[in-house]
Design a protein around this ligand. Structure first.
Ligand code: HEM
Length: 168
């Protein structure tokens, strides 16, 4: 059964929208917001500001992950190059397989950020705001910036693999 054009159109639209939100959000955060905020705000204000930005971006990122997975599955099943689960007879299939692998890595990194780093940063920022010591906060901020940068790099490679699939 062929996938109706209206369904594929909506899938591609949502897939590209989710790409813009997630990868665009990572790019703006790592290349613009964090460097400028670090140079502009004092330690307390920076910790509170970063925590608030992340608290807004995080649900959007997870929503994008779900949309990319759902729309991606539909696009994959409708693509003439798709010959079945783990059937790797052409370059398109290999590009999409490696893309899935990197997507999985990005989800693991996002999970560690959301359920590992961010709660620790929130607690440290709260203690700092109360004037208490939070010696771990700089290390946490550095690790968060590093992992956001890693996810951006993986997202850029995912786009390159998508371009390879499209060209196949
Ligand atoms: C970080 C995650 C992802 C990003 C940034 C991303 C981005 C994109 C973009 C920009 C396109 C091109 C749309 C076009 O011009 O036609 C695309 C196509 C596609 N994506 Fe994704 N995607 C992601 C995850 C996924 C996942 C998880 C799947 C599968 C479950 C998937 C499957 C596909 C398929 C099958 C196509 C069509 C390729 C073709 O036309 O040859 N994507 N993706």
């Amino acid at each position: 059964m062929t996938t109706p054009t209206w369904a594929l159109t909506i899938a591609y639209w949502l897939h590209m929208l989710a790409t813009v939100i997630w990868i665009g959000g990572l790019a703006i955060l790592t290349a613009l917001i964090i460097p400028v905020a670090r140079r502009t705000l004092d330690e307390n204000a920076y910790a509170v500001f970063l925590e608030r930005v992340q608290r807004r971006l995080d649900p959007l990122a997870w929503f994008s992950v779900a949309v990319l997975l759902g729309s991606g599955m539909l696009q994959m099943s409708a693509n003439p190059n798709y010959e079945g689960f783990l059937t790797l007879n052409n370059r398109w299939a290999w590009a999409i397989l490696v893309k899935h692998f990197l997507f999985g890595l990005m989800v693991i990194v996002s999970g560690y950020l959301t359920w590992g780093i961010m709660p620790s940063m929130r607690r440290a920022a709260l203690r700092q705001a109360r004037g208490q010591d939070a010696p771990e906060i700089n290390a946490l901020q550095r690790r968060e910036h590093l992992l956001l940068g890693l996810n951006l790099a993986l997202g850029i490679i995912v786009l390159a693999l998508t371009a390879l699939a499209r060209a196949s």
